[in-house]
Design a protein around this ligand. Sequence first.
Ligand code: NAD
Ligand code: TYD
Length: 354
Amino acid sequence: MKLLVCGGAGFIGSAFVRRRLHQTADSIVVLDKLTYAGNLANLADIERDPSMAGRYRFVQGDIADPTIVVKLVTEADVDAVVNFAAESHVDRSILDAEAFLRTGVIGVHVLLEATRALAAERAANGKPAPRFLQVSTDEVYGSVPTGQSVETDLLAPASPYSAAKAAGELLVQAYRTTYGLDALITRGSNTYGPFQYPEKVVPLFITNALQGLPLPLYGDGLQRRDWLHVDDHADAIGAVLDRGEPGGIYNVPGTGERTNVDLTRTILAQLDKPWSLVRTVEDRAGHDRRYAMDGSRLAALGWSHQVAFEAGLAETVAWYRDHEAWWRPLLNADWADYYDRQYGKRLAESVPGA
Ligand code: NAD
Ligand code: TYD
């Protein structure tokens, strides 16, 4: 297949591109704006590998820019568009949501319009319809106090981030219903692994602990997340792209729930660092207490997890320990500014972690 992968220079997108080029004969164009979270270093190994480099091309650009999108989707006659591009951090969406809406709603609409034009052109030429896969999140369900979300549940997003993701999904569903677009949606769980920008809790706590800096734990730390390794997440998206029912929505759960306290304990133990680094700080506004999803629809496609949580986390901790040259340059002036806005007051008013 000939794929356009949007947001392929980010954390999960780059894993998808790397694994897809390894596992298939696909050729891939990556379209990425290179926001603060996009990083060409995430794709450097692909450019160096002759078995992959010839089937891969990078284009810097915005999914909300129709000129570039029409060129890369309609004129390039791709077989599928896989959209990872998004502003992806809840805390930043609470500070300022505008970019989340621009990429998550307008950007998704631009991609859908270009794919719709391509589908019409292909239908006129008797060619198979292009697929559109929107990478979404379990956060669209909102907090799930008990049980597990199934794909038909109502969406009840709580943060500006998850509201923008839900809005993008609803547009995708509208294009499927109104125009018959072959559009799919995946809803992935909290993902961890190498190459994750240090704002998210796993890489933040690992890199802070490595530097001897405080670990800011929100509220009582008893919020629960179901952790999914990035390679499993990427492969699940590949399985849905290859074998998903037209118009299908697929949950991608993790391998087991953990409270944030448990997660923090495991990270500190693996780094041989003391609990005294943990600071209890003011909670995130609107903080979802728990996410949990049922994965039977995805399992019916013949997909299953390959990475157990303890082993995946140990490998991730080791990766950050060994790849300071990757994460250190990310801690620049913009990072310091964000860190101060997000954690300055919180840490000044913090107490030792319980
Ligand atoms: P990320 O922030 O690491 O990467 C996002 C990428 O999108 C970056 O490379 C960025 O430069 C690019 N991008 C942002 N706006 C763009 C635009 N307008 N045009 C083109 N490129 C743009 O995010 P991630 O963690 O890899 O997440 C990827 C996708 O998976 C997102 O859609 C996210 O909502 C979803 N998701 C993430 C998780 C998670 O735990 N990280 C879980 C479930 C779903
Ligand atoms: P995060 O990695 O931001 O992912 P999400 O908000 O998408 O679940 O946060 C994971 C959990 O960790 C969430 O319950 C919030 C918590 N957390 C902290 O306690 N401290 C932090 O500094 C961060 C970033 C997150």
